[in-house]
Design a protein around this ligand. Structure first.
Ligand SMILES: Cc1ncc(C[n+]2csc(CCOP(=O)(O)OP(=O)(O)O)c2C)c(N)n1
Ligand SMILES: [Mg+2]
Length: 566
């Protein structure tokens, strides 16, 4: 009998084989037992089993022929939730959203270099967000590569561009250990993508049933006491000082410590412009974000003499502009790094808070549930504008919401409007590659299944990964998408002038408009199984949001805003 026939055997159901080795989501705590005589599996089964043991139990997938044994193996390891997405940019963006919310990696299943390439933009965004992801990328069988068949490409080279760790598996026997290494690499600080290239023959060869043990979570780097002391001294100078914080410092504990430091030392506190996940609203201490527009950010930092960086790089403008500096801090400002993304940011902030304030942990906690939340409950009326849209969203934002923000220009009032809202998390685009919103919302809904997800999605960016709606419908995900329809690449109209390229004639303008034909998002949504409605007034938007949030499953609202920059 050929090995191919052998692996077609149904998986044993009697507790001696793969299907019964663990169950209902608790599998990851099971320490794999010794090899049982006679237990053989395919490399792909071994891989998936190992991922489950390492708490990786969701796989966003878009497979091809080289991944067929992985696909077949899913039926013998039912603990793995496999989620089909219809474009690799959705696969990778969903893994990003999942990882941000679950704080552990999802797997992606991608088809060779071409599939990985399609997923790169959102892997880039995930890299900037420090999201843990384990990419499984199928590849031709090892002996087939020399024939240079049509899909042959340098997948390892592609993978390196977006991954902190890459390995091409060379033996089915090592596949399980490779998988544990990949998960450990993805979770090691700073977190990121680990990519395991899976040649087809490695996935179909039979191996014994021995699993590698999950690797312990590597500890985050501890910021040395001297660095904490140096930061304390800077903060005590009395000179204008700002703490700029990012990454995992933007969760509640980090924000509490940072707020205490600022209060005790009279320094200012700012969050990086595009947080991966900012916890806010309710009783979480509020924080402003450094402005996106370089000119404004330079103004914000103009008087700062010491900029203390916590988990975020020195701030630079998003792009270079003729005759403008790229750095956003002034020439008289000194930069100090308290901690980088490889460090335990919360630990560093809490140590620093201890050093500058004896009372911070027990001090009174600021509550936002006062006038702020009253303002945010006001339902707007009248024409739909960027401002009334923001007020409408704030007025219905439910407790515990996950807000995915790829609102671009139309979202300029959202951050302010939702400052007094109930507690929620804000997920933004850390890498600037558009087409992130819908996929990240999809993954976030799976990573945080009990929380409503609201995706504020600019129209142009929506069209990069619109297929995410189909996955939301198929998986029954609680995502409310608001398409911010301004029928334009509005930001690029602004950028045209900012880079000094002039106003732009009709031909330039035609590249920045989304008209002729106009996009019909309600029909697009319906065509993918998501109920869609169109809001043309602020009242419409409130009613439609309330309906969408009250009814389970995905919904889309096309918010008709003024064209262009409004
Ligand atoms: C992957 C990728 N391709 C292209 C761009 C360039 N780009 C930046 S913003 C933008 C248009 C955004 O339009 P929309 O999403 O409608 O937002 P609006 O500007 O209208 O607010 C484009 C094409 C990008 N940032 N990333
Ligand atoms: Mg637009």
């Amino acid at each position: 009998m050929s090995p191919l026939r052998e692996i077609d055997k149904p998986a044993p159901q009697d507790g001696s084989g793969l299907s019964a080795a663990s169950g209902n989501g608790t599998s990851s705590v099971v320490v794999p037992g010794p090899k049982r005589p006679g237990t053989t599996v395919t490399g792909a089964q071994s891989l998936i089993r190992t991922l489950i043991d390492s708490k990786v139990d969701v796989c966003f997938a878009n497979p091809g022929t080289s991944e067929m044994h992985f696909v077949a193996a899913l039926d013998s390891v039912p603990e793995m939730r496999a989620v089909l997405a219809l474009f690799e940019g959705v696969v990778t963006g969903a893994a990003d959203g999942y990882g941000r919310m679950a704080d552990r990696p999802a797997a992606t299943l991608l088809h060779m270099g071409a599939g990985f390439g399609n997923g790169i933009a959102n892997l880039h965004n995930a890299r900037r967000a420090h999201t843990p992801i384990v990419n499984i990328v199928g590849e031709h069988a090892t002996y087939h590569a020399r024939f240079d068949a049509p899909l042959q490409s340098d997948v390892v080279a592609l993978a390196r561009t977006m991954s902190k760790w890459v390995r091409e598996c060379s033996s089915s026997a090592d596949f399980s250990a490779d998988a544990t290494d990949a998960v450990a690499a993805a979770m090691a600080s700073p977190r990121g993508s680990a990519t395991l290239v899976m040649p087809a023959d490695i996935s179909w060869k039979i191996v014994d049933g021995t699993q590698a043990r999950p690797r312990p979570l590597p500890p985050q780097g501890v910021v040395p006491a001297e660095t904490i002391e140096a930061a304390r001294q800077v903060l005590m100078t009395g000179e204008p000082t700002t703490l700029l914080i990012g990454g995992l410092a933007l969760r509640e504990r980090g924000l509490r410590a940072a707020t205490a430091i600022a209060a005790a030392t009279g320094s200012k506190l700012l969050a990086e412009t595009f947080p991966a996940r900012l916890e806010r609203g309710g009783n979480v201490p509020p924080i402003d974000r450094l402005n996106y527009l370089g000119e404004m950010a330079i103004g914000e930092l103009a008087d700062v003499r010491h900029l203390v960086l916590v988990g975020t790089p020195a701030p630079a403008s998003f792009f270079a502009y003729p005759d403008q500096v790229s750095e956003l801090w002034s020439q008289t400002c000194q930069l100090h790094v308290l901690a980088g993304p490889e460090h335990d940011l919360v630990g560093a902030l809490e140590s620093l808070a201890d050093a500058v304030s004896l009372t911070w942990a027990s001090g009174p906690q600021r509550s936002l549930n006062g006038s702020g939340s009253e303002v945010s409950k006001r339902h707007p009326t009248g024409p739909l504008t960027a401002e009334s849209m923001a007020v409408a969203v704030a007025s219905v934002l439910p407790e515990g919401a996950v807000v995915v923000d790829e609102s671009n220009t139309a979202g300029m009032f959202l951050f302010g409007a939702t400052a007094g809202s109930p507690r929620h998390d804000l997920l933004t685009n850390c890498g600037g590659a558009i087409g992130l919103g819908l996929p990240v919302a999809t993954g976030a809904a799976i990573g945080a299944p009990d929380r409503p997800v609201i995706c504020l999605q600019a129209d142009g960016s929506a069209m990069y990964t619109i297929q995410a709606l189909w996955t939301q419908a198929r998986e029954g995900l609680d995502v409310t998408t608001v398409i911010l329809s301004n029928r334009s690449y509005a930001i690029l109209n602004l950028e045209l002038a900012r880079v000094g390229a002039g106003v732009g004639g009709a031909r330039a303008e035609s590249l920045l408009q989304l008209t002729g034909p106009e996009l019909d998002f309600v029909s697009l949504a319906r065509g993918m199984g998501v109920p869609g409605t169109r809001a043309t007034t602020a009242e419409d938007l409130v009613v439609q949001l309330q309906h969408a949030l009250a009814e389970p499953g995905p919904h889309l609202i096309e918010a008709m805003l003024p064209e262009g920059l409004g």
